[in-house]
Design a binder for this molecule. Sequence first.
Ligand code: NAG
Length: 228
Amino acid sequence: MHLSSLIALLSAPLLATSSPLSSSSSSSEIEPRQVYGVTSKYCSTASGNVPSLCFLQYYISATAPTFRVALPSDATNNAAYDTILQIISPITQTWVGFAWGGGMTNNPLTVAWPNGNQGQVGRTLPGIYSSATLRTLSTARNSTHWTVEVVCTGCSRWNSQQNGGRLETQAGSASTFAWAISRTAVPQPSNPSGSFPVHNNQGMFSNALDFGKNARATFTQYVQNKRS
Ligand SMILES: *[C@@H]1O[C@H](CO)[C@@H](O)[C@H](O)[C@H]1NC(C)=O
């Protein structure tokens, strides 16, 4: 399957509904009642010169990925800013997609998957919003989970001929995200432009970003020191 097919699969159904959709395969590993996940504030533990950073966390279930988003607290709707995304996924999920604008085709879509024992690659797919770039902050894998953490330049605002959009920075104003997961292995894990299998489950969530806001200096220090 080519990227364009994946994009179509991800985007069209997600636009139509905020409820869980039937799986493209016959089995769905997430119970419908579980798909409505829980948002909360998660703050990492400071380590060395890496400060504690707080995230808007979205927990779906033990068998699905957890997503965390962080941003600088002085971010406004009027200018682009960098965002941080963490994906913590059970190893049973072989790729995870995260759409920054809730699943419309013309918004940044970040996809991550495990790559052997070396962790995994995360990126924003080309052809959806090519101005978005990802830098990996950390990757990890153990016997139960793989994780990826990226800083995205270009995921806070996006524009296209059909759709322009942005995250909502105002206190209490919800931003809408979408996610999709698959248990089918990526055929070429080391190739960031490779093809992707059909997803097995997907959903959306909306929440204000307040839980993920951090002092600009803390955000910058976290990015600089976690990368090095
Ligand atoms: C594996 O990593 C996940 C995610 O960081 C963590 O929650 C879990 O406790 C770890 N499991 C083991 C056995 O270390």
